[in-house]
Design a protein around this ligand. Structure first.
Ligand code: SF4
Length: 752
């Protein structure tokens, strides 16, 4: 029997709609859904591979327990009982911090990873929480938290309406966008130019996005902070600061005027590698544009001044009056969150606790990944002796990868929620595989909060999950709840239904607690109306009904439109619901204690001092940057033949002048070395990278002993994180420097 299903692609932030044809229980084709309200038929090679991923014979269907050094398939009961026996004695003896958790990037792409993970983390009660956020995006959260009062209040580029877009350290045409959810970046950027707008891209490489740009500024890695400071300097010096209505609720404009004084375009020339006249002209053009937006991503975050650079992105959007206006940087209003109407809140802070070994700051309840190996390897009270990894591959994804690999091997116990035996999960004692991506429901909780249009799209599972033993599979949320029950001391035999009911009762009680709440006294009716669902679906229904476009359970016509949204309505919209372009959200959206934008938070003011001290140190020597490929997604999908075949991608890009200096020719093997490690890669001599910079892609290195992914092992590639140094980081956000790593490059005798 042939059936057609529509499903949002869960593989990256773009949230494309897919049209999936299923024959006899097999997804036989995956195409772009032409009727999807957001992606309108667009898809990339990764999305087209979703069926292959689901049906991959190497994908684990049954839990594995390591016995005598070898993985053995076991029943779910035995797997959970092994977890309990391995973890609970450690907690009893050494306390809750003895068990750490590392949440991988795919967590934010699933309903379970965004909603069900919270009860699990609460039940664990450990301060040793780590996630992929501190690999490359915490600087963005820090800047938003300090300026707007909450780290998730992130302004996204209104790419569909802007007349001038300045992109720094991002290649959305290749990556499909990040912290700015929008399917089909190539079309959106071409449309910007078609309507007479201008695209300027700042990048040391000629990326795919650069190829669409009107202007390319090939900056030195790490120079973005100087460029942006100089642009702020020009805005003030030429009296081009025009915040418009933002001035009514912005503190600190005069402080910023003083801070930027020393950073003239001429003063930053050595750090940016750019002509001062180019910086002045760029600033004038941006300030004069009918609407404009500055957008920065990975390359602005994984640098020594990541938080400061992200702060400056917003500073320029604010000083030019382009924050919170069409064509500028705007705040989404997703269906699953309430719309805040009155400005003000508790404000936000970081550093509420520090990592035990090297005193790195907590940010958003997490410690930085740069601290993880130290916390696992250094003896003493609070040492991480057991680790839970969820959809993550720290041996590939984290800095100083070889050290992370050794540290995982030295743990007393490790549990992984993952459906592959990867470079990391090969160290686990127990692997708990969630069901495949086509057997689980989807709604992008994380990314509709970063979307360039307000969109709501719920996708039910495409294929039924096997429920009967011996083939029974479990959804990720069920695994998480089971672990939560173990961590909370209720044991591996406890039933997840009681926890699931308790969680929704708590959510409803929280919403109805205050006497002023529109839901006060309506708890029983609310629970009754939520009862057709369970797990994250039920949480989502609650969030949508109480959200900005919700029906308020039909109980509150004074506060909610009774014809508004609920999950049942969304389920009947297979192509999604377009809730329109972004609209003005300020000042009501602000959660700062003052209820105003804090343009000059103390931490940023102090960090400008640190920046000023580096002004006289001229950068020198070769530095390494990363790069993406349309067919890769960090370390996620290396076992899909269509995504890893073709010419080798782990090649070192090097400028002809540098190649000549090092005595390297195209195709020669080169040894690349840093303080922490060395790798050997063939070189590609290309003028698509500026002199002084070399580039390797990330997310590779899957050919390690024990990895049970046949395709990935064959196309192993080079793990660029062998070169990255966890001891070099931005001290404000504690994010490791991954772009601009000093390296030596020399000819190698043979490929390693
Ligand atoms: S761009 Fe992202 S969301 Fe769209 S098909 Fe590709 S991987 Fe999926």
């Amino acid at each position: 029997m042939t059936r057609t299903h529509y499903h949002t692609c869960p593989l990256c932030e773009a949230t494309c709609g897919l049209c999936i044809t299923v024959e006899n229980g097999q997804a036989v084709s995956v195409k772009g859904d032409k009727d999807d309200v957001f992606s309108k038929g667009y898809l990339c090679p990764k999305g087209a591979s979703l069926g292959t991923l689901h049906h991959d014979p190497d994908r684990l269907r049954r839990p594995l327990v390591k016995k005598n050094g070898k993985f053995v398939e076991v029943s779910w009961d035995e797997a959970f009982s092994t977890v309990e026996k391995g973890i609970m004695p450690l907690i009893k003896k050494f306390g809750r911090d003895a068990v750490g958790v590392y949440l991988g990037n795919p967590c934010s792409h699933t309903l379970a990873g965004t909603l069900a993970v919270r009860p699990l983390l609460k039940a664990m009660g450990s301060r040793n929480i780590f996630s992929a956020s501190t690999v490359d995006q915490m600087p963005r959260h820090v800047a938003s938290g300090l300026m707007f009062g909450h780290p998730t209040i992130i302004a996204v580029p209104d790419v569909d309406r802007t007349r001038f877009m300045l992109i720094l350290g991002a290649d959305p045409v290749t990556s499909n966008g990040s912290l700015a959810t929008a399917p089909n970046w190539p079309r959106r950027l071409r449309d910007l130019k078609k309507r007479g707008g201008r695209l300027v891209v700042v990048d040391p490489r000629t990326s795919a996005t650069v190829r669409l740009a009107d202007t390319h500024l090939a900056i030195r890695p790490g120079g973005d902070v100087f460029l942006l400071m100089a642009m702020v300097n020009v805005l003030f010096a030429e009296n081009r600061v025009k915040p418009g209505r933002l001035a009514d609720f912005t503190n600190g404009i005069e402080t910023v005027r003083e801070l930027c004084r020393p950073f003239t375009p001429a003063a930053v020339a050595a750090h940016t590698g750019l002509d001062p006249a180019q910086i002045t002209a760029l600033t004038r053009d941006l300030a004069a544009a009918e609407s404009a937006v500055v957008y920065g991503r990975m390359g602005t975050s994984t640098v020594p001044f990541g938080a400061l650079t992200n702060w400056l992105v917003d500073v320029i959007n604010i000083l030019t009056g382009n924050l919170d206006r069409p064509g500028g940087a705007m705040f989404p209003c997703p269906a699953h969150l309430p719309r805040k109407k009155k400005p003000g809140g508790r404000g936000w802070t970081l550093g509420r606790w520090q990592s035990r070994v090297n005193g790195m700051n907590e940010v958003m309840g997490e410690l930085p990944v740069a601290a993880l190996a130290d916390e696992m390897e250094t003896d003493g009270d609070g040492r991480i002796r057991a680790l839970l990894t969820i959809a993550s591959n720290p041996v590939i994804a984290l800095p100083n990868a070889r050290r992370v690999d050794r540290a995982l091997a030295g743990l007393d116990f490790m549990v992984a929620i993952d459906f592959y035996v990867t470079a990391s999960t090969r160290h686990a004692d127990v692997i708990l595989p969630p069901t495949g991506p086509l057997s689980t429901a989807h709604y992008d909780v994380a990314f509709y909060n970063l979307s360039v249009r307000n969109i709501a799209h719920y996708s039910p599972p495409v294929l039924e999950m096997p429920k009967e033993e011996p083939e029974a599979e479990m959804d990720k949320w069920e695994i998480m709840y089971k672990l939560a029950l173990i961590f909370s001391g209720q044991g591996a035999g406890a039933d997840i239904k009681s926890l699931d009911d308790f969680i929704i009762q708590m959510m409803v009680a929280g919403a109805a607690k205050k006497e002023t709440s529109p839901f006060h006294g309506q708890e029983a009716q609310m629970l009754d109306l939520l009862s057709p669902f369970k797990g994250p679906d039920r949480m989502l229904d609650f969030m949508i009904r109480t959200g900005a476009h919700g029906d308020g359970f039909g109980l509150n016509p004074d506060h909610f439109d009774p014809d508004g949204l609920n999950l049942e309505k969304l389920k009947n919209l297979p192509h999604g619901l377009d809730l329109g372009p972004l609209t003005e959200m300020l000042p009501g959206h602000l959660k700062t204690a003052s209820g105003r934008i804090e343009l000059a938070p103390e931490l940023m003011v102090k960090d400008v001092d640190r920046l000023a001290k580096t002004m006289d140190t001229a950068p020198a020597g070769l530095v390494l940057v990363g790069r993406r490929h349309l067919r890769t997604n960090n370390s996620w999908m290396p076992n899909i033949p269509a995504l890893v075949s073709g010419p080798p991608r782990c090649v070192l890009h090097i400028n002809p002048a540098d190649a000549q200096n090092q005595g390297l020719r195209d195709g020669d093997p080169a040894t690349i070395e840093t303080r922490v490690g060395s790798v050997t890669a063939p070189v590609k001599v290309t003028d698509r990278i500026r002199p002084g910079v070399v580039s390797l892609p990330h997310g590779w290195g899957h050919d390690l002993e024990g990895v049970a992914m046949q395709v990935a092992r064959k196309h192993g590639g080079i793990n660029s994180n062998i070169l990255s140094d966890e001891s070099v980081f931005d001290p404000v956000s504690c994010t490791t420097v991954l772009n601009g790593i000093p390296v030596s490059v020399k000819p190698a005798r043979g490929l390693g």
